[in-house]
Design a protein around this ligand. Sequence first.
Ligand code: HSE
Length: 409
Amino acid sequence: MINVAIMGHGVVGSGAAEILINHKDRIEKAVKDEVFVKYILDLREFNELSYADKFTKNFDDILNDDTVKVVAEVMGGVNPAYDFVKKCLENGKSVVTSNKELVAAKGAELIKIANRENVNFLFEASVGGGIPVLRPMVQCLSANEITEVSGILNGTTNYILNKMIVDNMDFDSALSLAQQKGYAERNPAADIEGHDACRKVCILAALAFGKHVYPEQVYTEGITEITLDDVAMADSLGYVIKLIGHTEKLENGKITASVRPTLVGRDCILSGVNGVFNAIMVTGDQTGEVAFYGKGAGKEATASAVVADMVDCMKHLSARKYLSWEDGFDTYVDTNYDKNGKFYVYLKSNNYNELENQFKNAFANTDSVVKNEISGEICFITEKDFESNIKTKLASFKNCEYKLLHTMS
Ligand code: HSE
């Protein structure tokens, strides 16, 4: 019999407990052994549950019980999760986590400890919720040099943008619906300001390119400035707005990493990824683009990935899974990368005639344009150029505010 513990009984933790307890037969068949959930750590009371006897408020119960071989950390946040996970690994327990904040901040260190102690530290649920992406990327694409990873990595923002696009719903109403459905982080600012997607980019980049990437190294912009007007303008130009996480290997040995609202062309498969669904596109030098798609958030989907990692740990109690990377360094991520591509530009002025003259002078060859003389707005897709050149041109415009977004197709 293998004893396991779950630290945290929130959305994901309760989902994991329910799978392990209600689908015991299925799990035991996969593990080929009896599996017993011995402890669930949470400070709250859950007396009404059929498995109320498993709860403890004391982490030491788990840490000091040598019969507990696998622990799931599903509390979220760096503290006290970091301390608990580190101690469990040091005490010879394998740990799985859905906690992207922890992996993005401390992944390299925790992986080193796991390697030293000959236990596993797995985190499939930290990116893409229920989508198997980390393990397939590392194992099934191991014959490739991975050159680029991009995707829709946050279910809450994708749900919000989709509600704005399809139902014309305002931002706040769409956010509260996402919260009700259990998609959003405890503090939804992490979703809408892009930090959650940023942490996932760090993990994907670290696995794809082999070095730790810290959240501070990732250019991060959320969706709080995206309006229903932007959504409508993008639609008129043949695009949808998505929050895209992206990382790419550069010729100079560095990488780029970003999270930003991006206009996605309707011919790109990411444009059809709706609601809470996520999709991650990995480009390998042998395979070309490979896409992973599924529910990126929510109780059951995320718990599915947590439990699968627990099963993997139970099946490999004395063998290590090779999911790892090295320490990163300051200059590894090129934070001044100047993208060469097409950009979406939104211009607004109180003096439409002056605005139009400036636009014609600066962007003479642009044919993808939407103009609104009454509201004083011009939106367009630029010709292919460096972002710095576009910004220099826009900075010379008088009496005008502008917004610039990346595009992908
Ligand atoms: N808040 C996250 C999301 C949960 O919306 O994608 C899954 O990481």
